[in-house]
Write a protein that binds this ligand. Sequence first.
Ligand code: IVH
Length: 674
Amino acid sequence: MSNSLLKQYKEKLKLLDKFNKHYYQNQKPIVSDKEYDELKSEILKIEKNYNFTNLKSPSVKVGYKPSKKFEKFRHRVKMLSLSNAFNEEDLINFQKKNINFLALDKNYEFEYSAEPKIDGISASLNYKNGKLIKGLSRGDGEEGEDITENLKTIKDIPLSISHSDFPDEIDIRGEVFIETNDFKKIEKDFANPRNAASGSLRQKNPKKTELIPLKFIAYTFGFNSNLKEKKQSDFIKNLDKWGFKISDLNKTIKGINNLVNYHSNIEKKRFTLNYDIDGIVYKVNDFSLQKRLGFMATAPRWAIAHKFSANYSVTKIINIDIQVGRTGALTPVAKVKPVNIGGVMVSNATLHNEDEINRKDIRIGDTVKIERAGDVIPHVISVDKKLRTSKSQKYIFPNNCPSCGSKTIKEYNSTTKKIDAVRRCSNEGFGCEKISIEKLKHFVSKDALNIEGLGKKVVEKFWDLKFIKFPDDIFNLNFKKISELDGWGPLSVENLKNSINKSKKLKLDKFIYSLGIRHIGQENAKLISEFLKDYSNFINLKDKHKIEELSNIDGIGETQINSLKAFFENKTNLMVTKSLGRILTFEKNVIKKNKGVFSNKILMFTGKLSNISRAEAKSIVENNGGKIVSNVSKKLDYLVIGEKPTSRKIKIANDLKIKILNQKDFEKISKLGQ
Ligand code: IVH
């Protein structure tokens, strides 16, 4: 393609962006629909003739730019995601864990409700006295956008329900999607049916939503009052009776073998269905067991999504590169001869770590089998040794970090008592360029500061231009300089400015997580933030003794403590953390529901409990407003003792005059809370 044509193409894209802005954000079109459509088809024509596309093109970007003007509302019951299983072994583990959690017989067979996992957009519909009041998108799971008017245009969603057994108030949840047949008609405007559904749902103009035939299938509930059903399968039956569409593939199943059979049957007919599904969801059918199993940080214990299998292809390794991650981990990546795997061109595949290369004896020049499953990074499965030639080269893992030259090390893991499979750059954080860039990307990412408009590519660009070096530099960006960059119009600069400003107010746990401290993921960041309560206590961790106090949190152990010590010992980390403390403001920690029989009480367990797992006991205490610790101290309210308790702990508790409960006492009190 000639340079002048490329220039014309880019100008057309820019113009389309301008039209979009006026139409979707200002709600005031500046051209007729005809002119708009013409411009769009000119762009698509150039792309087709020259077989390429651009990230800003209407062929890639969701056709309609979602507006940012929807009002946000909190979900009364969070909208969580599901853990994934990829094979039978994962399912066996899922079941085993639940059997252990509930302390059931090891041969116990759960009954599951098996349901297709529809690949659409989830929505939550609030009904009061049979009337649809509000419809929210999933959002970040805690807060969704009010898309009621758009949802009301979907014919599958009943506006009023008059059955006497329909709960007085309930949030009905399900998937909004587009059927394959309907998608064909608008295919050229969207990357896939899921994007089409998402774009249509978040239209500011419900009339536009109406033009794209969306469907809705219901499968679960959020907040509810007086729900009478005892099982998921009964609930689904009632959804049908109340007038919701349900999947006709739902089935109750017992036994892992039968789950696997069902999975492979549906997988075979997957492409004959009129909607996209990407796996099967198995839910423990009995609601009382679901309630006991409860939730982990982002997903329920009682359900799992069994994904359909991946696509494979065979290609050749041209070279092996090393990527340095945020925590210094060196990940070898195979650069392969580009190959089409299930419709996606793949030219990189992860080799995970040094041990994996040795174990599979992977060499440069080898012919390898590569797998790609959904949005998971492609990886090398095996080497075809028969096709190995004398030109193949063994890969020598670098002893020095390719980014900063520091020595690379393999650590000893005191929990597993093994040497780590992963080799790491020994530089502490900001001293290594690649680690710094990854730290910045993590800092702005969705689960951390969530700065929209500061994606990975932008971070890299700003780094190259020396606009940012440390996370706090983000708050001192020179927007004038940014507006002079190619591709940065006034609108995108303004948007970036706004999202940076918005990110300045956040919860302490998001901040702790954003620092990217090793072994402090979202879950641990939450635990620490609940314990410390505010920023000043967090920054006081620069005093080592204060860090030790965290070992009192159930879930924080030696690994986390050591990692925090290493973090605070590093002067740059301390400087950045303090500087951020001056820039950011922290939202008050929402006091966690601490109503219940253990309200504000601190408990500790010692010894084995019978018929109930420690994990379930912990969840009972927390659901009843209490907290669990792992050291006896003055602050402790109850020490609960099971079989073979540690006598030293009982002695200290007695000395401190702490109330001691046996399992029966504990259960009696817990029952009062039900
Ligand atoms: S139940 C607490 N059932 O999968 C879990 N989800 O990764 C509630 N999905 O956000 C979800 N089909 O959008 C459930 N039959 C089904 C589903 C389903 C599709 C989606 C849903 C959810 C995501 C979880």
